[in-house]
Design a protein around this ligand. Structure first.
Ligand code: ZN
Length: 288
């Protein structure tokens, strides 16, 4: 099952790639607001699998919002692939890797324009994103997938100067500039994957591939992250978990490379789809 946010309304994506409005198809049983469905996820899945859906409508991917537009918590994990930990100058973590948030105001849909801050070092990080479908507290690893509504693609865009300056790192701030958390194009339920623990993630800048790996290479898998994080705090239905990025970010290259106005970043997650970010210069300051 594929679930999306089309112009602020919850839709199912049918086999032809067309959108079926959920509020309409369910006769109002499920609300149009995309975030609300995650607190009724089991009901929603049961309804969707038992219902003959009407024909969907074609749509423009630019009208997609984040499939998870207003999570109560965004948890993001750093240094969760060996090659990225190495290029960042760290060893392989044997305890839970660094966990930070991406503030919710930075969330956008999968096709967007992003302003590159002037004088910044703006970097890419393609990631698999897991979305929580049932409140999770002290969930064992073996039961973790049943608390995941589905998977989507994400970019953990990062402003490295803001992220790394100061007496201690500022991961959350440096990764939360406007537009720095695109997600999508839709959420795909775990049953749709041959193996939800082994999914290819990749991205390219202006057509040149810069990252490519598989989530089987995660040091802490999705189930292990759900187990370890839910032992510390409750994960709530509709929360978002950015699982970490593989090697190949701009910071780890020699010479280092940063995103600039005019660059186009295309990120792909196998079995889900594509995100496309176009970078622009800040608007000129208002003159008097
Ligand atoms: Zn990241």
């Amino acid at each position: 099952m594929r679930v999306a946010n089309l112009a602020g309304r919850l839709v199912l994506i049918d086999a032809r790639g067309h959108a079926v409005d959920v509020e309409g198809a369910s006769g109002g049983r499920f609300a149009a607001e995309p975030q609300a469905v995650f607190t009724r996820w089991a009901d929603f899945r049961a309804w969707a699998s038992a219902t003959e859906l009407p024909a969907g409508e074609p749509f423009d991917p630019r009208d997609l919002g984040s499939p998870v537009p207003q999570p109560r918590q965004v948890l993001a994990v750093g240094l969760n692939y060996r090659d990225h930990a190495a290029e960042s100058g760290f060893g392989v973590p044997d305890t839970l890797p660094p966990v930070f948030t991406k503030f919710a105001s930075s969330i956008t849909g999968p096709v967007s324009e992003v302003v590159v801050p002037e004088g910044g070092h703006t970097d890419w990080e393609v990631e698999l994103v897991a979305v929580i479908g049932a409140d999770a507290r002290n969930v064992p690893e073996s039961e973790a997938w049943s608390h995941v509504a589905g998977l989507t693609g994400g970019q953990d865009l990062s402003e490295r100067i803001t992220q790394l300056q100061g007496v201690s790192a500022q991961f959350s701030l440096g990764k939360s500039l406007p537009g720095f958390t695109p997600m999508g194009p839709w959420l795909v339920t775990p049953d749709e994957f041959a193996d939800p623990d082994d999914v290819e993630v990749s991205c390219s800048v202006n057509g040149e591939q810069v990252q490519k790996s598989r989530t089987a290479q995660l040091i802490f898998s999705v189930p292990r992250l759900v187990a370890e994080l839910s032992a510390v705090l409750p994960l709530l239905a509709g929360d978002v978990l950015f699982t970490g990025t593989p090697g190949g970010v701009g910071m780890g290259r020699d010479p280092q490379r940063w995103l600039a106005p005019g660059d186009v970043l295309v990120s792909r997650v196998e079995g889900i789809g594509e995100l496309r970010q176009t970078f622009t210069a800040p608007p000129p300051a208002a003159s008097s």
